[in-house]
Structures are given as structure tokens and as C-alpha cells.
Design a protein around this ligand. Structure first.
Ligand SMILES: Cc1cc2nc3c(=O)[nH]c(=O)nc-3n(C[C@H](O)[C@H](O)[C@H](O)COP(=O)(O)O)c2cc1C
Length: 377
């Protein structure tokens, strides 16, 4: 499974793991892949704690950090978090606020305990906060930064290159990939529609070879979306990718910090149970279909707001869902590959099984080429 990216990062397998959970980051990197921590939900102070923990538990192996620095979003206020949140909420139309209040009643969600802020984690995609996150990340021995929704800002790319850090960006279409390369991105993550989280509408099988051809010789390509096992890794490399970028498969590992209710939903879902919805962030993101996502599709829904206002609009409901242990009724982001996630396994066992199945798959294909499937005679 050696590819050029294994040399670039000095890793054993070109398996990149996106996760919001530091334990998964460290476990993947220790097992020979490359763990990447999603920073969006963390304040700068909390991110510092998470990265220091990773430094202490990753045995010197490489890891990365992922940000959400949207190329397009509504203009946002600046200031301290409480002030920003209050000002952003003032930008929300009354009709939308009433709808969310009504949903809080419909789902019978209790008030938060006094002093618990309802905006925890929702400001990560505002420039004020992601700029602070970037500062924190560069103070750690990171080897990769990635961005979800567009190329990172030019100064962030320049700084990464000055400091010997590789830059990756997600692409759901060929023109995103071409723009990333023009902006100086080193690694394009070609993410198909089947992926969990923010995603476009082109399937991985179609997108990966298109992107590989479009950026050949200018950037490396990671295939993402629907990859959870060795056969899928073999397919991704066969499509021309230099490695794989995975997300959903780590949600059901023993190291994952998914709540018990959400974990249970993942373990019982089929590949038909996800939906692309704007009801979380204002941009289409794939997650399990829940009573919450259905409420936003119903006739009385006011429709969603642009990023990041939608997330700020729903913050009071989201924090209450989590507080009431009802997150599985609202927000369970995952890709279509969820139908293959049937049991909780340790990260190192997942990687081991991926590698074993990859080797068996390549062996089977080799045998076929060696004469097992001669259709000419
Ligand atoms: C729970 C969840 C949250 C995600 N959040 C982010 C994010 O904050 N930033 C990002 O670049 N990608 C995010 N993604 C997308 C992943 O980086 C990755 O591209 C995707 O999970 C790959 O497809 P898969 O889910 O089929 O493995 C998220 C994915 C999941 C499942």
C-alpha cells in the first residue's frame, strides 16, 4: 500500500483519518496512518489542550489539523465569543427564531443548567475564531493542515509552506480541485457525495479519476467518501488516488467520543438512512435522517439560513439536544458507508483489517490477471 504520500509524511499506510476526537487522531497515527483533528468545534484555548494531549500520546508520529475556513459565508461580527454570538443572533429573522423555539418545545428539551453557554462550538467557522485556531495549530509539530470548504486563505498556505507543513483541501467537483491547485494546495481531497459531513453531489467513483486527471503532476490526490475497508482502499488507488481520506469509519471505534445514543444509531443504520441537509450549517451536509432533519423539510419550515447563521440559529436547540441525551434525534453526521459499521472496534484493529483486506484484494486481482479470467479463449 506504499504510495508517494507515505514518503512525504513518513507513514506506513496512506490512510488519512478525519475525526473530532483526539484519541482517534493519536491511535490512527500510532497505527501507521495519519490522524487529522477537526478543529471547528474547539475554542482556541480548548484546541491548545487537545493538541498538547496529542503531542503527548502520538509517539512522535505525524498528525494534522483540519479547519473550516469557508470561501463564502455571511459577514460576521467580531469580538469576544459571547458578544459575537449575541450580535449574530440579532441578524436572524424572527420567523426562524420562532420555528426553532417551537422545535425545542416539540422535542420536549429542558433548559440548560445556569451558566452553560448555548453557543459552545458554533463559532469555529467565523474568521475571528478560525484565525485563532490556526495560530494555535502552528505552535504544534503538525505536518498537515486541511480545509473543508474552499482553499485556505493565501497567507495560511504561505505560512504552512514556510514551516514545512503540507496543505490539503476538500473538493467535490473538478473545478474546486483546479482552483485549489492554482491557489497552491498540495493535496486535493476528492470527496464524493456519499461522504459524511459537508458534501457535494458527485459520487466518489466518478469524481476521483476526474480529479486525478485534472491535477496530474501538480498535486497529490486523496479519495474520500464511502471508504471504510480494504476493498474500498484498493478501488481508490485503482482510480488513481495517492491515498484515502476517511471519516465515518472512526465514529464507531472504541476511541470515538460519539455519545452512546448516537453510536447506537450509527450501529443500526443502513446505507439508505442518510440525507444531505442544510439544516445543520446552511450548506449541504450528510447525516442520518432524523426527526430534526425531517422538520426542516416539512411544509411549515421557514427554510435554512446561509452559513454560519444557520448554525447560530440552531445553537439553542443543539445544546439542549445534547444536554438531554437526545442528540440522536437531531444530529448524527455520517456517510452512506454507515451501513457497513456494525460493531465497535479499536482503531488499530480497523487499520489492521483494512490492510489485510487490501492485500487480499490486490492478490485476487493479480491472480485474475495471471490467467484466472481469460475471456479471449
Ligand atoms: C462526523 C463528521 C464530521 C465531519 N466534519 C468535517 C469537518 O469539520 N471538516 C472537514 O474537512 N471534513 C469534515 N467531514 C468530512 C470528512 O473530512 C471526510 O471527507 C468524510 O468523512 C469522508 O467520507 P466518509 O465519511 O464516507 O469516510 C466530516 C465527516 C464526518 C463523518
Amino acid at each position: 500500500m506504499k504510495t508517494r504520500l507515505c514518503e512525504v509524511f513518513r507513514i506506513e499506510y496512506p490512510i488519512f483519518a478525519f475525526t473530532h476526537c483526539r484519541d482517534v487522531v493519536a491511535a490512527v497515527s500510532r497505527a501507521g496512518g495519519l490522524g487529522v483533528l477537526g478543529a471547528v468545534g474547539y475554542s482556541a484555548e480548548q484546541l491548545e489542550i487537545e493538541l498538547s494531549w496529542i503531542d503527548a500520546h502520538v509517539d512522535g508520529k505525524p498528525y494534522g489539523v483540519d479547519f473550516i475556513m469557508p470561501a463564502s459565508s455571511a459577514d460576521m461580527p467580531t469580538g469576544d465569543p459571547q458578544q459575537m454570538y449575541a450580535q449574530a443572533r440579532a441578524m436572524i429573522p424572527e420567523r426562524h427564531r420562532r420555528f426553532v423555539d417551537e422545535l425545542i418545545k416539540r422535542f420536549d428539551l429542558p433548559d440548560l443548567p445556569p451558566g452553560e453557554p448555548e453557543y459552545g462550538g458554533v463559532l469555529g467557522w467565523t474568521p475571528e475564531v478560525y484565525r485563532q485556531q490556526v495560530e494555535v495549530a502552528f505552535a504544534h509539530p503538525i505536518k498537515l493542515i486541511a480545509n473543508a470548504l474552499g482553499s485556505p486563505p493565501a497567507d495560511v498556505i504561505e505560512r504552512a509552506h514556510r514551516e514545512g507543513v503540507q496543505v490539503a483541501a476538500l473538493a467535490g467537483k473538478v473545478d474546486h480541485a483546479e482552483r485549489h491547485v492554482a491557489n497552491g494546495v498540495d493535496i486535493v481531497i476528492a470527496q464524493g457525495t456519499e461522504a459524511g459531513g459537508h458534501t457535494g453531489d458527485i459520487a466518489t467513483m466518478v469524481l476521483v479519476p476526474e480529479v486525478v486527471d485534472a491535477v496530474a503532476g501538480k498535486a497529490q490526490v486523496l479519495a474520500a467518501g464511502g471508504i471504510a475497508r480494504g476493498r474500498q482502499i484498493a478501488a481508490a488507488l485503482a482510480l488513481g488516488a495517492d491515498g484515502v481520506w476517511t471519516g465515518s469509519v472512526w465514529l464507531t471505534t472504541a476511541e470515538s467520543d460519539a455519545t452512546p445514543e448516537v453510536m447506537n444509531s450509527y450501529l443500526h443504520a443502513t446505507s439508505s438512512d442518510t440525507v444531505r441537509t442544510r439544516s445543520f450549517s446552511g450548506k449541504p451536509a450528510r447525516m442520518l435522517r432524523t426527526p430534526w432533519t425531517q422538520a426542516w423539510e416539512a411544509e411549515d419550515s421557514p427554510g435554512t439560513l446561509p452559513m454560519p447563521l444557520q448554525n447560530i440559529l440552531i445553537a439553542p436547540a443543539m445544546s439542549r439536544f445534547f444536554h438531554a441525551h437526545k442528540a440522536h434525534l437531531m444530529f448524527a453526521p455520517v456517510g452512506q458507508v454507515v451501513g457497513q459499521l456494525r460493531q465497535v472496534r479499536r482503531v488499530r484493529d480497523v487499520i489492521h483489517e483494512m490492510v489485510e483486506e487490501y492485500v487480499a484484494t490486490v492478490g485476487r486481482l493479480d491472480e485474475g490477471l495471471a490467467g484466472g479470467t481469460d475471456t479471449q479463449s
